[in-house]
Structures are given as C-alpha cells and as structure tokens.
Design a protein around this ligand. Structure first.
Ligand code: SF4
Ligand code: SF4
Length: 421
C-alpha cells in the first residue's frame, strides 16, 4: 500500500512538459502518433545526451541497489516514471528500440540515431553483466506497474506458461514488421503511452488502465506476458555474469521469498520422486528433440502460407489492392485519397504490382523464418515445462527475475546478513 501512496504522491508532483521528438520517423506509416509538444526545443542533442545520461545513471543506481540489497528501487522507479514516462512522454524507449535496430539492419537508407542505439544496447549489456536491472525500475513501463503493485497474486503454472509465450511471439512479429519496413507495432500498441501523455487512443488508454489494475493484484502483467524487449533481456539475463542473489547463507525453505515475489520468479524446491531412470529421461529428451524440428517446420509452413495476408501491413501492398479494387468498379465511387496520390505520381499499375510482388516475396522469406522461430519457442517451452529438475531449496529464476528486490526483505537469512553488515 505504501508503494501505491508514494506513486499517487509522485503523480501529483509538478510535471514540466519539456519532452521532444527524438525518434526520426521511419519511411513508412508506423501507425504511431509522435508527441506533439508545445514548447521550444532548446537543443535537441542536449536532450539526447541527457536521456542517455539518465538511463546510465539509473542503471548504475539499480545495479548498486540490487547487488548491495539496498532499498532505493522505489525511488528509481519514481524517477523513471516521471522522467522517461511523463516528462519525455515515453518516447525514447528501449522496448521500441528493437524495431529501429531491426530496420537499420535491412534498410541502408535508415540511419539510426546514436541515442536509440544506446537505449537498445545499454540494458542488454547490463543484463549480461548483472541480470535485468533495467527492468528493476529503470524502464518506465515496468516501473509504473511496479509502483501500483500491492499484492503478489499467483497465476496457475499452465496458464502462466501459455501466456509466457506471448512476449516471444510478439517479439517475432515485431521483427517481422520492422524488417519488412511495414510497421512499428510496439509503438503503435504501446498500452502505457496514453497514460504518460494523459490522452490519445481511447482503446489503448483503457488497455493500459486495465493492465495497471491487474498490476495491483499480481506483478507486472505487461512485463511477463507481453513485453518483447523483456523476452530478449531474459535471454541475456539467464547467462549473466552476476545473478540476483537472495542470500549467501543457506536457504531455510521458509517460502517467504516465494510468496513475496510479485512475478513468481522464484522456483520452489522439487523433490522429483519417484526418481526417473536415467535411460528413461534420455529417451524422453530425445523424443522432444525430434519434436523440435517438426514444430519448426510446421511453424515455417503455416507462416509462409499466411505471408500474403500479413503483407497487407505494408503500404505498397495495400495501395495496390486499393488501385485494383478502384479500377475494377464499373461505376467508380469517390476516388480514395491514396489512389488519387498514386495517379498523381504517374506510376503505372504494372510498376506498382512489381513493387507489391517484391514486398510479398520478402514477406514470404521473413515469415518462413518467423514461423520457424515460433515453432522453436513453442518446442523449447514444452521441453522446459516437462523436464523436471531436482531442487533442494528456493531458487531465483535468472531469466524471469526482474531484479525488483522485493524478496530481499522477506528472506530471514538475508535479513541476518544485512543486520551484520
Ligand atoms: S519487461 Fe519490458 S516493460 Fe517490463 S520492465 Fe522490462 S523492458 Fe520494461
Ligand atoms: S528480485 Fe526477488 S521479488 Fe523481484 S522479481 Fe526477482 S525473485 Fe522476484
């Protein structure tokens, strides 16, 4: 409850609207509304430098707090929500930067700003070194959900497992649309942007509010079940050099940390009885290994078959369809603006068709890879769900843990350590 009160107080603090548009618009209709600022931009580069400095400073502070098991995480979250959320209107965002990076990889005409690259890379580097300290309180979306969280309601394992696939699928679709220069779907469907900008698309605003209401009862639904950047960070975090650690002392299996973790990132002890014969275990694993390519091929085929439909997200494919539809009419109605623009440019329908066919072909290639990746994600999730590992004590799952530090104060062994220090 204390968190909720602090969050409300923070919201009432004067918010000086001084953000500006730093993301260069991609050369396609991203479906994203750029913030419309009402103030003069004194020095764009200065703001870029300030943003990256803030990001680095908060990452360092969060790392210190997590590694030393100190408590200022709530203040880091408040600063992040106020600065990156309300002040900068959510528009220099690590989550969205995935798209800029993907676009820069395939489009030589697109030059990615250095600050966007920094927003993509810095959290990744920190995740490799210390785990998901960016998610701890530096990311304004995670911080916003963290601040309103009161209860650590648990979600059933099978449901959590199925929902846990969504960030990966979202990541794959995000890459597909960015690589094909079609849309920036992360920006287009950002559920918190309306809250940070105090307005905007009503449906998204409602979605954001619903997510925040759910966040009161269970930790970070967006982070756990939607965020594509969180999925990426979890990969690096699972192999990080230093990991979030509850205590150096022996775990006494009191279950307090497990109940306290709002996102269920602590794995309970597992006796694994009756013990499976080693040969049986190997056989089962081999079965899964055979299943893996099958799922990948199925995914690749299904997505390849959907490529033409998916390609309608690209403006040239939509334009071609509109022109064909318009020309097929015996008594044409009012000419749509897009079609009018096409005729004004003086391009022939054949030329447009050639462009459209090239886009569809590109979609076929990327969709095939996307489908294979989806199959891989599904197969790995099944393997992970069915392989039972014996665990004697409670253990933090480094991929899932967002380093919020909530469990620290609940662990009696950690409290003893902190008292000594
Ligand atoms: S999971 Fe995504 S939204 Fe959540 S804190 Fe991490 S980057 Fe931000
Ligand atoms: S730091 Fe603790 S409470 Fe927070 S996500 Fe990780 S395991 Fe859960």
């Amino acid at each position: 409850m204390g968190r909720l009160i602090m969050f409300v107080v923070a919201l009432l603090a004067p918010i000086v609207a001084m953000a500006q548009n730093r993301f260069p618009k991609p050369d396609f209709e991203s479906g994203y509304e750029y913030p419309d600022h009402e103030y003069a931009v004194p020095n764009e580069i200065l703001w870029d430098v300030l943003d990256v400095t803030m990001l680095l400073a908060l990452l360092l502070a969060a790392t210190w707090a997590v590694m030393k098991k100190r408590k200022p995480m709530i203040w880091i979250s408040i600063v992040s929500v106020l600065y990156f959320g309300f002040l900068r209107e959510g528009c220099v965002c690590s989550v969205g930067s995935i798209q800029n990076v993907a676009l820069a990889l395939v489009d030589p005409a697109y030059s990615m700003p250095w600050n966007v690259l920094a927003f993509f890379l810095l959290p990744v580097v920190f995740a490799l070194l210390f785990g998901r300290v960016f998610c701890a309180g530096v990311c304004p979306m995670g911080a916003l959900q963290e601040l309103v969280n009161v209860k650590s309601g648990k979600i059933g394992k099978p449901v959590a497992m199925v929902l846990g696939l969504l960030p990966w699928l979202y990541l794959i679709m995000t890459l597909l649309y960015a690589l094909t220069r079609s849309r920036f779907i992360v920006c287009q469907f950002d559920p918190f942007i309306g809250i940070f900008r105090l307005g905007g698309d009503v449906e998204l605003l409602i979605f954001g509010v619903v997510l925040l209401i759910i966040s009161v009862f269970t930790g970070r639904p967006f982070c756990r079940f939607l965020c594509p950047y969180g999925a990426l960070l979890s990969l690096f975090s699972s192999v990080s050099i230093k990991k979030v650690e509850l205590t150096k002392k022996k775990c006494v299996n009191c279950d307090l940390c497990h109940s306290a973790c709002p996102i269920d990132a602590i794995r309970a002890p597992y006796a694994n009885t009756p013990q499976e014969e080693r040969r049986e275990g190997v056989k089962r694993l081999l079965g899964y290994m055979l299943f893996l390519p099958l799922l990948m091929v199925t995914g690749a085929l299904l997505m390849r078959m959907s490529a033409e439909g998916l390609s309608r997200a690209h403006k040239d494919v939509r334009l071609y369809d509109m022109v064909v539809e318009y020309e097929a009419q015996t008594a044409p109605e009012t000419m749509p603006l897009e079609v009018e623009g096409f005729y004004v440019k003086g391009i022939t329908v054949d030329e447009l068709k050639a462009t459209r066919d090239a886009v569809v072909e590109e979609y076929r290639t990327y969709s095939t890879w996307a489908g294979a990746a989806m199959g891989l994600v599904l197969a790995l999730a099944l393997i992970r769900f069915s392989v039972k590992r014996r665990r004697e004590t409670y253990e933090i799952d480094p991929a899932a843990c967002v380093a919020c530090g909530r469990c620290f104060e609940y662990c009696p062994q950690n409290r003893k350590e902190t008292l000594k220090a």
